[in-house]
Design a protein around this ligand. Structure first.
Ligand SMILES: Nc1nc2c(ncn2[C@@H]2O[C@H](COP(=O)(O)OP(=O)(O)OP(=O)(O)O)[C@@H](O)[C@H]2O)c(=O)[nH]1
Ligand SMILES: [Mg+2]
Length: 303
């Protein structure tokens, strides 16, 4: 992996994705070799044009001589019939270019959850020497948003059709954005959405890191506005440079917490605790809060 061997990289990701024997040691060893890649998370509603946009960004990075890896997480959006078709097109398009690596992940059951598996996958690609690691998720659920936000730069893609951009500002999606892209700028309402978003951003409290979130208008299919988008991403990377270490430390903290929580959850329902649960439920006056309180009170009992 450290030598950038593509087959080794693919195998390592499979081991981590499926929690195969040795995945913890592998993950940790890989982790220690990370820190060089620029990680960009791309998220937004289904069908916003994330994959099309990612393709355009990859092309720009390649032009600039930067090797690029793409991780498509849980490509299950019904909008385009999943990313599968897109993946195949993309693979064909860039076939033979060893500076590009594509991988899709569908790891709902991975140890520690989706975000941990996606981050470990990005670690492998970082350690393998890719300059840029782009992680795409559909920003519908909290866990998808978590995946995208566990990066150096978070790009949130919105479309005029998604209509209420102010609504988007109220979701977790807007909170994690370092850069907004209003895609499908060929749509007549695009500039309205851009203006509404900018106003909403101005109304927010200033960020601790002093970064003011730009809103870029683009059309992925028409390859328009991509240069501006690249400029905003680079600008953020530059500003975030000083924060990078603390952002990474925070990511590690969250990640360790998630691993501990998921291990605890896994181990919680021992046979002893399940018996206690059954007897609490069997009591004639069983009701949810009372039963839960009885179980919690007995929590310290040897299981
Ligand atoms: N008109 C227009 N259509 C676009 C633009 N960008 C993408 N599309 C189209 O929107 C559809 C969805 O594009 P994708 O790139 O697959 O979107 P996505 O956000 O990756 O979709 P999911 O991963 O399924 O959530 C495709 O039919 C694209 O051709 C754009 O700028 N303008
Ligand atoms: Mg997609």
């Amino acid at each position: 992996v450290l030598a950038g061997d593509r087959r080794a990289v693919a195998q390592a990701i499979t081991v981590i994705e499926n929690g195969l024997p040795g995945y913890e040691e592998l993950s940790d060893e890989v982790y220690r070799a990370t820190g060089r890649a620029w990680r960009i998370g791309v998220t937004g509603p289904p069908g916003a044009g994330k994959s099309t946009l990612v393709d355009r960004l990859v092309a720009r990075f390649r032009e600039a001589g930067r090797t690029t890896a793409i991780v498509a997480v849980d490509p299950s959006s019904p909008f385009t019939g999943g990313a599968l078709l897109g993946d195949r097109v993309r693979m064909d398009d860039r076939a033979g270019d060893h500076g590009v690596f594509f991988r899709s992940l569908a790891t709902r059951g991975a140890p520690g959850g989706l975000a941990v598996a996606a981050e470990a996958t990005a670690d492998v690609l970082d350690a393998a020497g890719f300059d840029v690691v782009l992680t795409e998720t559909v920003g519908v659920g909290q866990s998808e948003i978590e995946v995208a936000s566990a990066t150096d730069t978070v790009l949130v893609v919105l479309v005029p059709e998604s209509g209420d951009s102010v609504q988007a500002m109220k979701t977790g999606l807007a909170e994690v954005a370092d850069v907004f892209c209003v895609n499908k700028a060929d749509h007549p309402e695009a500039s309205l959405v851009v203006r509404a978003l900018r106003q909403a951003i101005e109304l927010r409290a200033a960020r601790d890191d002093g970064w003011s979130v730009p809103v870029v208008q683009a059309s992925a299919t028409m390859n328009e506005g991509i240069g501006n988008l690249m400029d905003s991403l680079y600008l953020h990377a530059g500003c975030a440079e000083t924060q990078r270490a603390s952002r990474r430390r925070e990511r590690l903290r969250v990640r360790v917490m998630r691993l501990v929580e998921s291990a605890e959850r896994e181990e919680y329902w021992t046979s002893g605790r399940q018996r206690a649960l059954e007897s609490a439920l069997a009591a004639g006056d069983a009701a949810p809060y009372g039963a839960a309180a009885a179980l919690l009170a007995a929590r310290s009992d040897p299981a």
